[in-house]
Design a protein around this ligand. Structure first.
Ligand code: ACM
Ligand code: ZN
Length: 701
């Protein structure tokens, strides 16, 4: 028996000596690869750079010439002025590329330049492919382009030509929330592999949040023996049960954390794939797990459910953060260190004696200045260690430390403001880059947070052209994403769109073409064990929203007996009779929001036939948007005396988690006439109140 490896999947082969002569005239393949070969098409399939995600910045083909992909894999050589890690990557991750033996002619020459550059050129000739990376990263990306072409199902040849490729932005990120649901190192490595294929180069690791602390910190054992564990498996159950933590040794403890060794290994794994890990430690808010483990860091010396803020008045809170950031900086070589800074409640600071004292001592007049004091202090601490601080756009404050960069999530406004101030910015706006939104009609999708964000909507995001703009990032918050499979489903294929926007020149982007490539690439991803959303099953935009609807009330005046919310006005006074229907997303500016019961009258201008009345409501319970308990339709000729023609009760459970739209339609009769049509809707009773009603159009026929 002898030891050989399959040239395709690198699996160890068990070969008996009696088979050796036979083997010598066949490529070394395992049973699986042999089967795959048997199933290979007899016809030739030519692939080219036009199949790749992200699309290269430029490529041209040479007539009909082709490079035939050798069935036994491509023999390569590497020419580099200094030691390169590419070979190590190829040996472990690219079984179809095999080192050329001494004297053997190479099918692939990889040349590595000395520049610190992600650019590369690839020449595909009939007999040989040459990848010339301007630097190590460029050569790596050239190899990724080639591997994607080779990985296409049934590919037998590559169109000859030339690729010249470089990224549009230096920062192309994907965010992982490992607090709400802990993910294993293996899971993260698997996603790093996918990121490398997509030329994404920054993994934002959201290591801490109220639902669990995930990094071992010397001197603070309670963070990892207590604040990293909870009795409930899902975030929702944990939240509904008062956000408790438990000892790691408790029988049902759910959670986990990463040791320093594991994180250093992860950093190394990512670096070998030209991916930087940006670690995030939340401060001064999103820190309920911290105050649960160390109550002395809370205002008043005890954690309070509903208050995620740490106490800025306490000096030991800063000592804690400095110890944490010291450890983080030791583990992660990232230029940028994320300090969170979003969504601080700030209320408790107003009455906490320690916080008030801090405000007095530092001459701070309000709690916004207090937050800014904390952010600046930590940003300067990070800068003192030779790194740069970055935080969510809430930290933008007139007195924010000038060197601090911004990650813009509440739209792009904060990012643009920061750019105007000369700051570095990463765009990650929630409405186009938050992959926790459902990617298709919510009624067919798993429970999600946010609204609707299709692949096309992600793809269409244009981050901007300012020099200060580092790039963009897709974020995926994990509250409702319990399993790894579900997480992958949310990332892919939308992460492909983030990758293409980050890499490909805007003028070269084309959604129809990208969508075809995305479907093809998902096949490759699925073969490699990723659970991707199936684009062939996509419902797409809500059909009602595709074109304006004509009806008798279109353009009619609307009288609001109860007001709509200024937060969700849609088109304001005309929204409900403008003919525009809503999409799958209640905040798309076509759905109008009312936080209370609705009482709305449409004035048709004169008495006319009213045969049917229809109105749709939206339900998105994770955003407190619920179907009404009932909808009443009443008609009147004078606007004073109304006849109720129908009261329709909701059949759908208004607590059902999935987002839906529901139509409330009534036939008023063939002879019915009216000038005024009144709609009353009773909002859902939510514990604690606050339920919203959202409707898009009152349709009268
Ligand atoms: C955020 O989504 N709160 C950054
Ligand atoms: Zn305080």
């Amino acid at each position: 028996m002898s030891k050989y490896f399959c040239v395709f999947c690198n699996k160890k082969l068990v070969i008996f000596v009696s088979e050796m002569t036979n083997i010598m005239i066949k490529p070394f393949v395992c049973g699986f690869a042999a089967l795959a070969f048997a199933a290979m098409p007899l016809h030739a399939k030519t692939v080219s750079a036009s199949d790749v995600i992200p699309a290269p910045s430029s490529f041209s083909t040479v007539g009909n010439d082709i490079f035939k992909i050798p069935a036994t894999g491509l023999r390569y050589t590497i020419e580099s002025p200094r030691s390169s890690r590419i070979e190590e990557f190829l040996i472990t991750c690219a079984p179809r590329l095999v080192p050329a033996k001494k004297g053997e002619k190479a099918d692939l020459r990889i040349k590595i330049g000395e520049a610190d550059s992600e650019s590369y050129e690839m020449t595909i000739g009939k007999k040989q492919i040459t990848i010339k990376g301007h630097g190590e990263a460029g050569a790596f990306y050239g190899v990724q382009t080639l591997l994607q072409m080779l990985s296409e199902p049934d590919a037998t040849e590559i169109a000859c030509g030339k690729i010249e490729d470089s990224p549009r932005y230096g920062y192309r990120g994907l965010h992982f929330d490992v607090s709400r649901h802990f993910r294993s190192i293996d899971f993260l490595k698997k996603q790093i592999d996918a990121m490398a294929m997509l030329k994404l180069n920054n993994l934002h690791l959201h290591l801490t949040d109220a639902a669990g602390w995930r990094i071992e910190i010397p001197g603070y054992p309670r963070l990892t023996e207590y604040a990293a564990w909870r009795p409930q498996h899902t975030w929702q159950l944990w939240y509904d049960n008062g956000q408790p933590f438990c000892e790691s040794t408790a029988p049902n403890a759910y959670g986990g954390y990463y040791t320093k060794k594991e994180l250093k290994d992860l950093v190394e794994y990512a670096a070998a794939r030209h991916i930087n890990i940006v670690p995030e430690i939340e401060m001064p808010s999103h820190s309920f797990e911290v105050t649960s483990a160390y109550p002395e860091l809370a205002c008043g010396g005890k954690p309070t459910v509903g208050n995620d803020d740490m106490c800025i008045g306490k000096e030991n809170m800063f000592r804690f953060l400095e110890d944490v950031f010291t450890e983080v900086i030791d583990i992660f070589p990232s230029e940028y260190i994320h300090l969170g800074g979003d969504e601080a409640g700030k209320e408790v600071w107003k009455t906490c004696p320690d916080c008030r004292q801090r405000m007095k001592d530092e001459n701070l007049t309000d709690v916004d200045q207090l937050q800014n004091y904390a952010v600046n202090r930590i940003a300067r601490f990070i800068a003192g260690k030779g790194r740069k601080a970055i935080g969510w756009d809430e930290i933008l404050h007139p007195d924010l430390d000038p060197a601090t960069a911004i990650m813009s999530w509440r739209g792009t406004k904060g990012g643009k403001e920061a750019i105007a101030q000369g700051r570095r910015v990463v765009m990650a706006p929630g409405d186009t880059c938050y992959l926790n939104n459902a990617q298709d009609a919510q009624y067919k999708e798993p429970l999600s947070q946010g609204g609707y964000l299709s692949l096309e909507m992600v793809y269409d995001f244009e981050p901007g052209t300012d020099e200060q703009l580092l790039g963009l990032q897709g974020c995926m918050w994990g509250e409702y994403v319990v399993t790894d499979e579900h997480a992958e489903y949310m990332y892919y294929p939308r992460a492909y769109a983030i990758a293409e926007t980050g890499w490909t020149p805007a003028s070269k982007k084309d959604y129809a073409d990208f969508r075809c490539r995305a479907q093809q690439f998902s096949q490759v991803m699925q073969q490699r064990g990723y659970n991707t959303f199936d684009l062939s099953q996509e419902v797409g935009l809500r059909p009602e929203s595709l074109k304006p609807v004509c009806h008798r009330a279109r353009g009619a005046k609307v009288i609001y007996n109860t007001p709509y919310s200024p937060l969700y006005p849609a088109g304001g006074e005309n929204a409900l009779t403008d003919g525009q229907r809503g999409s799958w997303h209640f905040s798309d500016h076509n759905w109008q929001g009312i936080q209370g019961d609705a009482d709305i009258t449409v004035d048709l201008g004169k008495v006319m036939p009213v045969n049917a009345v229809m109105v749709d409501f939206m339900q998105s319970p994770k955003s407190w948007v619920h179907l009404p308990q009932w909808v009443e339709v009443a008609l009147s000729n004078d606007g004073e005396e109304f006849n109720t023609v129908d009261t329709m009760r909701s059949e759908t459970n208004a607590d059902a988690p999935l987002a839906v739209t529901r139509r409330y339609a009534t036939v008023t009769g063939v002879d019915a006439t009216a000038r005024y049509v009144r709609i009353r809707a009773k909002r859902h009773e939510r514990p604690g109140g606050g339920a919203w009603l959202f409707l898009d159009e009152i349709i009268v026929n």
